[in-house]
Design a protein around this ligand. Structure first.
Ligand SMILES: Cc1ncc(COP(=O)(O)O)c(C=O)c1O
Length: 406
């Protein structure tokens, strides 16, 4: 009987994160400060604790995961690698489809992988409160969970449309003791300014980031910092545990190198998590097609130029070298709230610019049809974000069938 899942023992949780910045060909384009000059790490000190800033600028290939962070990760990791046998059967494809199941985390997504690490580094630095944004509510619930675990106060600015569409996410944050407000809000100058100009806006991640950054840096006690759920190098670094585990599991499954690696992309951390260890193999000569999938409603990698832009709407963040639709772009209120971000992680952007990954954009209806096929075959009801990756996996499996390839 073919197996359905591979579960690693706890002792096999990776002990180090993988940093793609060490292997990307060509110089990394640094973030720029307001004067247009390369940002000095200490200029971020009011926003992030120094131990996280050190990781953000690091070009070391392997970074040790602190023992206490490993203990928290072990609450749900290693995550299973499953084989989508029922989907393969439904599609009558010779392709073997594997998926890394990050839904087993307490908050139900990949986001707690970095949330527990970020909360731990902040606590270690003496910080008492974290502020953040959330799109679909996955990141907000993950950081609320982590702050509760570690003993930090937490305030979440949740994009208005998701606040209304996904009320249970808000309840989860409240269970874990976080305060959650709809963004734009009246709590910040950035929020009030947007509400003045666009009182009925559905909100965006860019606006919510402006609010959360302003909240943190305006705390006169100096005890607050901001925490980001995607985009930045340290966030992507923490997520690489996904791909590193997957590699061990694929080996147990008897697979050598996968032909195709797929992930959905919002800010880039989910995709980076599963793909960066494979991009490393590709850089070192392996033949792998690596596909980030974004919504046609927010086609950052497929339509945006690669340039310097702000990470938020109000222009409070440094300028980042990335694919972007413009920091004031407000995407249509599609259900995949976690993919409604105007920009893209600089490391993912630079991998795209160098031709290491092949982005695609998919329409919401096609993704929903794929999610329905998934629910009826594999049994789980996936997140709207995840459905983008599933739609692409189905296309690739059909292509394999046409070409009689496994
Ligand atoms: C379930 C799910 N998958 C993927 C993503 C996208 O993650 P990222 O923004 O890191 O690309 C999100 C974002 O909220 C999400 O909620």
């Amino acid at each position: 009987m073919p197996f359905n899942k591979i579960i690693l023992p706890e002792k096999d949780i990776p002990r180090q994160w993988y940093n793609l910045a060490a292997d990307l060909p060509g110089p990394i384009q640094p973030p720029l400060g307001p004067d247009g000059q390369a940002l000095k790490p200490e200029m971020l000190a009011k926003v992030f604790p120094m131990n996280i800033i050190d990781q953000e600028v690091s070009i070391r290939r392997w970074i040790d995961i602190p023992e206490e962070v490993l203990e928290m990760l072990a609450l749900w990791r290693p995550a299973p690698l499953r084989r989508a046998l029922a989907l393969e059967e439904y599609l009558k494809t010779p392709a073997r489809i594997y998926y890394k199941d990050e839904s087993v985390s307490p908050a139900g997504s990949h986001k707690p992988n970095t949330a527990v690490a970020q909360a731990w580094y902040n606590k270690k630095f003496g910080i008492k409160k974290l502020t953040t944004e959330t799109g679909a509510g996955q990141w907000g619930s993950a950081i609320a969970f982590a702050c509760n675990l570690i003993g930090l106060e937490c305030k979440v600015y949740m994009v208005r449309i998701s606040f209304d569409q996904k009320p249970m996410r808000k309840t989860m944050m409240q269970v874990w003791g976080a305060k959650c407000v709809a963004s734009p809000s009246h709590d910040t100058a950035a929020g009030r300014e947007v509400l003045r100009k666009m009182p009925h806006t559905p909100g965006s991640l860019g606006i919510a980031i402006s609010e959360a950054v302003e909240d943190a840096v305006s705390d006169k006690s100096g005890n607050s910092r901001y925490s980001l759920g995607s985009v930045l190098n340290h966030v992507l670094l923490h997520q690489t545990i996904i791909g590193l585990e997957a590699k061990k599991q694929l080996k147990i499954a008897g697979e050598k190198t996968p032909d195709v690696v797929i992930g959905c992309v919002g800010g880039g951390s989910n995709f980076a998590g599963v793909s960066f260890p494979f991009i490393c193999d590709k850089i070192h000569g392996k033949k792998i097609e690596i596909i980030p999938v974004e919504p046609t409603a927010c086609p950052t990698l497929t339509r945006g130029p690669f340039t310097y832009d702000f990470g938020d709407t109000a222009g409070l963040t440094p300028l980042l070298a990335m694919y972007t639709l413009g920091h004031d772009f407000v995407p249509e209120p599609i259900h995949a709230g976690g993919l409604r971000y105007h920009g893209m992680a600089p490391l993912v952007s630079q991998a795209a610019a160098k031709g290491l990954i092949n982005p695609r954009s998919y329409d919401q209806i096609k993704c929903y049809e794929s999610a329905m096929i998934w629910g009826k075959t594999e049994g789980t009801i996936c997140a709207p974000e995840t459905s983008h990756a599933i739609a692409c996996a189905i296309d690739e499996a059909k292509k394999a069938k046409k070409e009689s390839r496994k």
